[in-house]
Ligand binder design. Sequence first.
Ligand code: NIG
Ligand code: FE
Length: 388
Amino acid sequence: MTSLLVADIAVLVTNDPAAGPGLLGEIRGAALVVEHGRVAWAGPAIAAPACDVRVSASGGAVLPGFVDSHTHLVFAGDRLADFTGRMSGRPYSPDGISSTVAATRAAPDEVLTANVARLLGELRAGGATTVEVKSGYGLTVADEARALAIARQFTDETTFLGAHVVPAEYAADRGAYVDLVTGPMLAAAAPHAKWIDVFCDRGAFDESEARAVCRAGMAAGLGPRLHGNQLGPGPGVRLAVELGAASVDHCTHLADADIEALAGSATVATLLPGAEFSTRSPYPDARRLLDAGVAVALATDCNPGTSYTTSIPLCIALAVREMGMSPAEAVHAATAGGARALRRDDIGVLRPGSRADFVVLAAPDPGYLAYRPGVPLVAGVWKDGRPI
Ligand code: NIG
Ligand code: FE
């Protein structure tokens, strides 16, 4: 058995309240011991046990690997023209999804696989060690199953989003599309998926359609999560809480009742500031959620339409600058919050027994992620105890 000592850590973020003070459970002047891909020990450097191998964090901060709990990586083409239009005042419309659907259906498997690999490489370089990937740009039985089979080659956190929008060929019969999603498409997708998701918003699916899709997915053994309250107020948050969803994502337009419902629930509010940045929309009010005691996650929402970023550090910086989060709250949301949104307790935390998934920063404090926006501070990324 080889033990590895990570030494010279200015601040170790454990997210373990038993290990140190504050929301992040910080240990100053720390060391971390890794064995068999797991954290074996975390504490003050002075008390570190002897190990076989030593690596230096060079006086940087070390934190749990980021958990990106919301991405749409399986697609072809881009929507630069939509983005450019929005920057000169045009509003976002989910109608743009159809052009990505057409490009994705036309793309060979190798193109989609290479695109996922490229984007995951970017995510990892930015410190993401766990990434959830959704389907949702195929919208036929074969294309949704294909998207999920490709995603599954890279991650166990795969989500069936056949209910992204109603595709053009079903525009005259929405009910038939919901029947397809809840029937043959779900049957083909479920073997490759862990989660089911629905875009419950104007221009996408209404409350009863979304409930039917989630319930069918749950009956097939998938865990529910929802896109809700992105484009306007609506039933998404309430429905997510009603269904016991792991997460409701976007949460940009919330009523007081939505916040109360979330606060008394096990559903995480996942905020996606890349989407507000790229659609030039008002940011969600994270302060209001946090002050009410709601569990909050931050994720990239990487997709070609509303948020073509793979940078969790950018999302942290936006959350601090625009959404009322402290740097510690934003870092917690991108690590422990993402883990909770995926109902995982082995990641997002650095304590004995957790996965040795961590990020070494070229900065002495995790607050630098917001303090130095746009600067590549992620100096090292480790997954299961190995540098990647
Ligand atoms: O999370 N909101 C729904 N789906 C994506 C956008 C999809 C697109 O425009 O291509 C999102 O923002
Ligand atoms: Fe999304």
